[in-house]
Design a protein around this ligand. Structure first.
Ligand code: SF4
Length: 412
């Protein structure tokens, strides 16, 4: 295998990094081999069963078991789920307010050899459009956030095979030196794991050093579905479920709060969605360090998965895609996660109309008015909104729009 020279001038890629990653992927594929389940497409219930109605009534009073949450996926109708989720949302958060944040995604590199099956964003050296941002380029992007009245940078990127921890520390220090109040939400668990491996450090050492350099919180990216069967098939080169959770909990221990995402509607079963919800809920019980839960749907365009006939067929056979599935899953998340105050809607993947409807299916936050987004947009998602759009959605749904920071403190 040839290792082309990096056009950024960093020199050839170290072969041992390729060997290590290749070994890791092979080991995960072998122990035990992940199975692509052949399941019947799940039926979407149009009317709730009596059992589902009983569970929904119970959810208003107590925590549900995993079996009960699974029954909601299988037996509860969209409108009944929405009714229960809305009641719980009004109890658990400010009933008059819907929040959002203004920020910008700064994706520092697209060079990454983890090669997740659902990723349309990563590139290899020599692809021609691989990049690594200089610190000055990152600062220029931060300047536009400040000028637009924004207060947060979301820093994320591929697993660059050569950049060492000082590059990321310098990045954080430079941003904080220029804008001390800019909240830096950065580096998801798989990036932290990658930094630890590359630098021969523990997760705690990496997280502590990044916090010391200016990191404020950790985004919940890369959670996908916290079930190892799914992860071994779709993303064998990055964190498995327990590692993802362990890194988040270590982050909480050193003073870095975080969020949790859930990317669904691909090869997972309803039971695996429940596993994800229960892992998130149990972790929140242990640390209380999560500020929000953010479910969103898989965007298939341009992803490697489309080139694998078996995987492509598995996704298509599930029949999950659609806003009904999204809204049902959002509502079930609100119902099941009794220890997450904030549930974030994904208008980026659902568009403005369904984005507004989320406010009646458990969401109390419209996430970010993203000035730049470069990950799901590569997978074909093109929704973009202005601040006026978000305010209009919120007011039209009967709520009051409030700008927040990443600690969910109200700013307006
Ligand atoms: S999802 Fe992240 S880790 Fe996976 S290939 Fe894309 S950039 Fe790399």
């Amino acid at each position: 295998m040839a290792f082309p020279t990096d056009p950024s001038g960093l020199g050839p890629m170290p072969p041992e990094r390729f060997a290590e990653l290749t070994e890791l992927k092979a080991a995960r594929a072998a122990t035990p081999p992940p199975v692509l389940l052949e399941v019947d497409p799940p039926r979407t219930p149009t009317i709730s069963t009596p059992f589902a109605r009983e569970i929904l009534a119970a959810a208003l009073e107590r925590r549900l078991t995993g079996g009960e949450v699974l029954a909601l996926f299988e037996e509860a109708s969209l409108n009944d789920l929405g009714d229960a989720a809305q009641r719980l949302r009004l109890k658990r958060t400010d009933p008059e307010v819907v929040t959002y944040i203004i920020d910008r995604n700064v994706t520092y590199t697209n060079l990454c050899y983890a090669d997740c099956q659902f990723c349309a964003f990563n590139r290899h050296q020599g692809d021609g459009d691989d990049y690594l941002l200089e610190i000055d380029q990152i600062l220029e992007k931060c300047r536009t956030v400040d000028q637009a009245g924004g207060n947060q940078i979301l820093l994320q990127g591929g697993h660059h095979p050569k950049m060492r921890l000082p590059y990321y520390e310098e990045m954080l220090r430079a941003i904080k030196a220029a804008w001390p109040n800019m909240w830096i939400h950065g580096f998801s668990p798989s990036e932290i794991q990658h930094f630890a491996r590359l630098n021969g450090l523990s997760h705690r050492e990496v997280l502590s050093r990044l916090k010391e350099a200016g990191l404020d919180s950790i985004p919940g990216g890369g959670a996908e579905i916290l079930s190892d069967r799914v992860r071994k098939i779709l993303a064998p080169g990055k964190t498995m479920s327990a590692e993802w959770i362990e890194i988040m909990e270590t982050g909480h221990a050193v003073g870095l709060p975080s969020t949790v995402t859930m990317m669904f509607a691909h090869i997972e079963t309803y039971a695996e969605r429940v596993e994800h919800l229960l892992r998130a809920r149990a972790s929140q019980d242990r640390t209380g360090g999560y500020t929000a839960f953010i479910p969103w749907t898989f965007q298939p365009a341009n992803t490697p998965l489309q080139n694998d006939p078996a995987l492509k067929a598995a996704v298509e056979a599930q029949g999950f895609l659609g806003s009904v599935d999204y809204l049902r899953t959002l509502a079930i998340s609100r119902i099941a996660l009794d220890n997450f105050p904030n549930l974030q809607a994904s208008w980026v993947t659902q568009g403005k109309a369904v984005g507004q409807l989320t406010l009646y299916y458990g969401a109390n936050d419209l996430g970010s008015l993203m000035m730049e987004e470069s990950v799901v947009s590569k997978a074909g998602t093109v929704h973009a909104l202005t601040r006026a759009d978000l305010d209009e959605m919120i007011v039209g749904a009967g709520f009051r729009p409030v700008l927040r920071d990443n600690g969910y403190r109200h700013l307006t």
